[in-house]
Structure formats: C-alpha cells, structure tokens
Write a protein that binds this ligand. Structure first.
Ligand code: ZN
Length: 291
C-alpha cells in the first residue's frame, strides 16, 4: 500500500510538472506554418508556438476555427506575414478581444506588385526571410524583454544558417543552364524567388489561390510552354494537381515534382522546416532543369 502511495505521488508530480513548465513559456501564435518555424527558431525553448494554418494548409483561403479565437486571446504575440496574405486575421483578432500584440514579419520589405495586388510570398527569397527573422526577434524582445538577449542569440545562429542557405541556392541555380531557367508553377508564388535567383516562373493562377485559373489563362500557358520549350511543370502541396497534370499531358512538359511555396509539410514530409523547404525546392528545380 505504501509503495502504491509512493507511485501515486510520483504520478501526480509528473502530471503537474509539465503544465507548469509549459505555462512559463511565452505563447506565440503564427498565422501559418512557415512563420511558425521561423518563430520557433528565434524563440527556442522560451516560447510555445501555435500555428493557425498548419502543415499543407492553404493560408490564402483559410477559414478560422472557433478554437483560433482562444489561441489569439491567450497569445502574448501574434505573428502575421502581412502584404494582404491573411485577409481573415482582422476579424479573428477582433473576436478574440483585440488585445494581442501583433507583428508583421514582412515589415520593411518592398513588396512586388502585380497590378493592384501586393505579392505576399516575400519569404521565398532567403534575404527576405532574414528580415522576417529580425522582425520576429525584435518583437519577441519587446513583449518579453527579460529574454531579449536569448532571442538575439538564437536569431544570430539562425541567420547564419540562412546566409549559408542563400549561398546554397545561388550555387545550385548556377548549375542550371541559363536557357533552362524557366518553370511552370500552379499559382504565382515564386516572384520573389525569381527576382532573387534568376529563374523565370509562369503560373496559370495569380498570387492568390482564391480564384481558379480561367480557360484563357490555361491556353496562354500552354502556348508559352510550347513556344519557349519549357521542360517542366511543378505541383504544389496546397493545390489540386489535376490542372498541372492536364498541362503536362497537353504540352509534353514533364512533372518536375512538388514545389513548396506557402506551406510546410508535417514532420515526416519533404519540407518540415523553412530551410528544408528551400533545399527541397532547389533540388527539385535543378534535377528537372539541369539536363
Ligand atoms: Zn500563395
């Protein structure tokens, strides 16, 4: 009996120790998986990061769940991309009581514009991801000044990894013959990548996945693929693959694999972190375009 009591006490201690430790962490909400990963790298074990649009989710067309209101209400910091990506966020913040401190991770980045729309996919250039990280670092330091030094050290380490990643991308692209540096993606998510690294992307869908590609857009892409002899089209984890399969069949351009633009994968997938995502994309591009 005494032994039983001993184990019972141990069990109670173990069960209560965990939540106490978790509560000491700063609650941070990121609007989508890529920001969640950046926030985790900067926050380390000082933060508890919750992501609203999780792995393989489409942030363009997200409908907040009732539980999201509570996540925002409990957060010390809410991280958004901005540039018009999270159109659903203002109402969500309002319904949560509107007290959360918000940071726009793309702050100070000059947006690319397509007509009247800002292109929100700024994170696809690694140099821009550096700016995201410094904005997140500074915001964490403001809401949690006692840990500011820790956030700064984490950010420093992660920024060095991003610098190495940027060099890796440039080295990989240099292997692709310039005439082959053209690809088709489902939606127009790689404009910043294209501008930074010199690969041309053409997409039947615009900068949002909200509206479908028109028959005329698709016919235009097919003409371009044939005229420019574009070798490969790519699928996306957030988009229906049927359109790309059809374009591939009609033009003979092969499916070059999947590019991850707006969403990471789950832990066991090809792109569970931002760095994995960029590495996967350059591998897919170089293997489809090099020969
Ligand atoms: Zn997108």
């Amino acid at each position: 009996m005494r032994r039983f009591q001993f184990w019972l006490i141990c069990l109670v201690l173990v069960a209560t120790a965990q939540p106490v430790r978790a509560q000491e962490r700063l609650n941070v909400v990121a609007s989508f998986s890529i920001l969640g990963d950046l926030a985790q790298n900067v926050g380390g074990d000082r933060v508890n990061v919750t992501t609203l649009v999780g792995p393989n989710g489409d942030v363009h067309v997200y409908t907040p769940a009732p539980a999201d209101t509570k996540k925002i209400a409990d957060a010390k910091l809410v991280i958004v991309n901005g540039l018009g990506l999270e159109g659903w966020m203002p109402r969500l913040v309002e319904s949560s009581g509107g007290k959360a401190t918000m940071v726009t991770a793309s702050k100070a980045i000059t947006p690319r514009r397509l007509g009247s729309d800002a292109d929100p996919h700024a994170w696809q250039s690694v140099a821009n991801a550096r700016i995201y990280v410094t904005n997140i670092r500074d915001a964490l330091g403001v809401v949690d000044p006692t840990d500011a030094e820790g956030y700064r050290a984490n950010a420093e380490r992660y920024l060095a990894k991003l610098d190495a990643l940027d060099r890796e991308v440039r080295g990989a692209i240099a292997q692709i013959p310039p005439a082959h540096r053209k690809v088709i993606s489902t939606h127009n998510a790689f404009g910043y990548f294209a501008a930074a690294y010199g690969i041309e992307f053409i997409a039947p869908q615009g900068v949002s996945t909200e509206s479908e590609a028109s028959a005329r857009d698709i016919a235009g892409i097919i003409t371009q693929i044939r005229a420019a002899k574009i070798p490969a089209v790519f699928l996306e984890n957030i988009s229906d693959p049927r359109l790309m399969r059809r374009i591939s069949t009609e033009t003979g351009a092969r499916i070059g694999g999947t590019l991850y633009s707006d969403s990471l994968t789950a832990e066991n997938g090809e792109a569970p972190t931002y760095i994995d995502m960029v590495r996967h994309n350059i591998k897919a591009l170089t293997s489809a375009l090099s020969d």
